[in-house]
Structures are given as C-alpha cells and as structure tokens.
Write a protein of this length. Structure first.
Length: 128
C-alpha cells in the first residue's frame, strides 16, 4: 500500500505544476500497488479545484486512480499529537504518517521533511 501526500496528488491534477511529470512517473510506477491517502489529505488536494470550479473533474481523476481514503481511528488524537510533537511537522503531514502507519504502507511525497520523518519512523518512502 502506498499512502500519497498532497504534494503528489496536487501535481498530478495540475499539468502546469512543476512536479507534474514526477507525479505521473511515481503513480505509473506504482502499477497495481493499492493507493491510499488520509481523508484530510484528500480534502487538502480538493481545495484548489473547488476554488476554480473544477471539483468534479478532480474527484473523477482521484477516483480513476482508485485512491482509498484512510480515516482516523480512535487512537488518532493522541498519536497525531505525538507525531506533531516529535517530528515538528504540520498536522496534514502528520496525518500522512499516521495513515501510513495504520495501513502499514509506504509514503509517497515530494516533501523532503516528510520523507525524512517517514524514514525515521521506519516507514518506506516512494521516490522518483
């Protein structure tokens, strides 16, 4: 299972994004590996398309990727607080880490700080 960060999904949805080609390579290389994202990440990704009136197009693109939304479990508040305190990452990045922990997945991101934190927690990182 690959847990995808907003940086990858935003780049995938925007052909003008500087990381669009990298996102395409990363997602294509995933092949049949199941893809997921925290539900907070999915909401974050949909802000831009919502502002520009392209929510339905973005939702269809995410659906085509087959991304499974990972919810928060009962232990999430304490675990997220711990991740935020120990990694000093922002809460959306902590949600990516928690989602990867919950599904025993690898993290796909273009954010070096998030990738380093994932590795420090023993999570795999998908790189391009």
């Amino acid at each position: 299972m690959i847990v995808i960060d907003a940086s990858v999904l935003i780049a995938h949805l925007d052909a003008d994004d500087a990381h669009h080609a990298r996102a395409e390579v990363l997602l294509e290389a995933a092949g049949a590996t199941p893809l997921s994202a925290s539900r907070l990440t999915l909401a974050e990704v949909l802000v831009g398309p919502t502002r520009t009136g392209k929510l339905e197009v973005a939702m269809a693109a995410l659906s085509q990727l087959g991304i499974d939304g990972v919810g928060l479990d009962a232990n999430a508040p304490a675990r997220l607080a711990g991740l935020r305190a120990s990694t000093r990452l922002k809460m959306p990045d902590c949600c990516v880490l928690l989602a990867a922990e919950q599904v025993n997945g690898q993290v796909a991101t273009f954010d070096a700080s998030l990738a380093a934190a994932a590795r420090a927690l023993g999570l795999g990182v998908v790189a391009t």
